[in-house]
Design a protein around this ligand. Structure first.
Ligand SMILES: [Zn+2]
Length: 211
């Protein structure tokens, strides 16, 4: 077995093809509609039911991200992480705030990991669809997040918009699970630290499923 010298995180061509590069998605509702479209396409391509995109201040798409945890064997391949990473690489900067004002739009509120990445990314706005409880209701684990995370981001100068097309966004989560979408648990779950790693789980019995 060889050590890995570069990390492969994929964004399916069919997902990218849904983005109209010339279009300005000016309203948050338009931006979320695109994010939900790429999310559905990702589900159809074997990915998880989470999508995100970075938009510039005029509403142009800079990058999209979708959840590729299972197909890429990458526990960090969450939609927000891929969108932020793709935006940084496209613009040639690790700090988006240094080159403009950008919004991160995500189909579901960020999990604990992605929440940490939001201020590091330099975006000035975060818009989200489904809430934590919507994700938890179908068995996903959002990780440990401070209850005042919205206030915290606001204090950092990041404006947060919640419940953008929440009904449609949470319906995608439910449909994914009801269709038997691939679910997986981390090594640590609600059964306690040290529990046996589970590679897959019956969605009807999953109590803790990481995104
Ligand atoms: Zn996440």
């Amino acid at each position: 077995m060889q050590l890995v010298s570069s990390i492969h995180l994929s964004l399916p061509a069919s997902v990218l093809s849904l983005v109209e590069e010339d279009v300005r998605y000016r309203s948050i509702d338009q931006q979320m509609a695109l994010v939900l479209k790429v999310t559905q396409e990702n589900i159809d391509r074997g990915g998880g039911p989470f999508g995100a995109a970075v938009f510039d201040h005029e509403g142009r798409v800079v990058a999209v991200g979708v959840n590729r945890v299972v197909p890429d064997s990458a526990p960090i391949a969450h939609a927000e992480i891929l969108a932020i990473a793709a935006a940084g690489q496209r613009l040639g900067t690790w700090d988006l705030a240094s080159v403009g004002r950008f919004s991160l739009v995500s189909s579901t509120e960020p999990c604990a990991m992605c929440l940490g990445a939001v201020p590091w990314s330099g975006v000035s706005t975060l818009a989200v669809g489904a809430r934590d409880e919507d994700a938890r209701a179908v068995g996903f684990d959002e990780g440990h997040k401070p209850a005042d995370w919205v206030d915290h981001l606001t204090r950092l100068g990041i404006s947060v918009h919640r419940d953008v097309a929440r009904a449609e966004a949470s319906a995608l989560l439910r449909a994914y699970v009801e269709a038997g979408g691939s679910l997986y648990n981390g090594a640590v779950d609600n059964a306690g630290i040290g529990a046996e790693p589970k590679r897959s789980a019956d969605p009807t019995s999953a109590s803790s499923t990481r995104r």
